[in-house]
Design a protein around this ligand. Structure first.
Ligand code: ATP
Ligand code: MG
Length: 243
């Protein structure tokens, strides 16, 4: 739903992601997240920023149900994650594409196979794989590199393969944990521009980043974490964390 300014109205819309009073204490005793409440609506583009150790990656892992909250509830697409049955977890994860700082490509598989792998896992028919993989690789500008191994690509190209792999199963949510952490400014902008295009087609995009220049320039929603606590949430924010 839009408000009169043509902006999404966070109060009335059904969130695709909701944290309700979530805390996470690791087994070591480290309190990574404290009493976090947060809603993200379908189709939003959100940056999560904050100093090292502020709980950003923990938040991503909670969303993927790689770890469990110590307190509170997390809802993704209307489903409360602690109540998902084991058999429902693969479907939950398929709805979320993920991109990491270190690309995490299969070293001994070419570009096509790295992207096709995500489709084989969900047992897509070969015919559909042969159609979808080249199409998504074209979207990220890698049509010419389908037969090449990851080590023969630049960092920016490797990240675009990772992005294609994250998108090939049409996720509703795309999570990126420092996707530009290993990239130079030009490649960083290329990845951000692709993420913005993905968002324009309707995917909810959540990006953890330390890239101040990009956050300040893009004028998106910015959530700032500090020592596990959400300290600011701005609709058209900047990178306000100092240090
Ligand atoms: N598996 C774990 N076991 C114990 N403590 C952990 C674990 N993972 C993270 N932590 C701790 O939890 C806190 C939050 O870590 P997290 O990785 O979420 O931070 P971050 O905001 O992603 O930091 P960075 O910007 O450096 O990636 C840190 O104090 C970290 O040391
Ligand atoms: Mg992190």
């Amino acid at each position: 739903m839009m408000n009169l300014n043509g902006e999404h109205d966070r109060e009335t819309e059904l969130p695709i992601i909701a944290f309700d009073k979530v805390s996470k204490t690791y087994s070591t005793g480290t309190k990574a997240i404290t009493n976090l409440s947060l809603k993200i609506n379908k189709g939003e583009f959100v940056f999560i920023v904050g100093s090292s150790g502020s709980g950003k990656s923990t938040l991503i892992k909670l969303l993927l149900k790689e770890i469990e909250p110590s307190e509170g509830n997390i809802f993704v697409n209307g489903k409360e994650l602690t109540r998902l049955r084991r058999s429902q977890i693969p479907k939950h994860r398929r709805g979320i594409g993920v991109v990491f700082q270190d690309f995490r490509l299969l070293k001994d598989r070419n570009v096509f196979e790295n992207v096709a792998f995500a489709q084989r896992v969900i047992q897509e028919p070969i015919r559909s794989i042969k159609r979808k993989v080249p199409s998504i690789l074209a979207e990220v500008g890698l049509s010419e590199k389908m037969q090449v191994l990851p080590k023969q690509l630049s960092g920016g190209e490797q990240q675009r393969v990772a992005l294609a792999r994250a998108l090939v199963n049409n996720p509703v949510i795309l999570l990126a944990d420092e996707p530009t952490g290993n990239l130079d400014p030009k490649n960083s902008w290329e990845i951000m521009n692709l993420l913005e295009e993905v968002n324009k087609k309707g995917t909810t995009v959540v990006i953890v980043t330390h890239n101040r220049e990009i956050v300040d320039a893009m004028q998106k929603r910015v959530i700032t974490m500090n020592k596990g606590v959400l300290i600011s949430d701005e609709t058209k924010g900047g990178y306000s964390y100092e240090g």
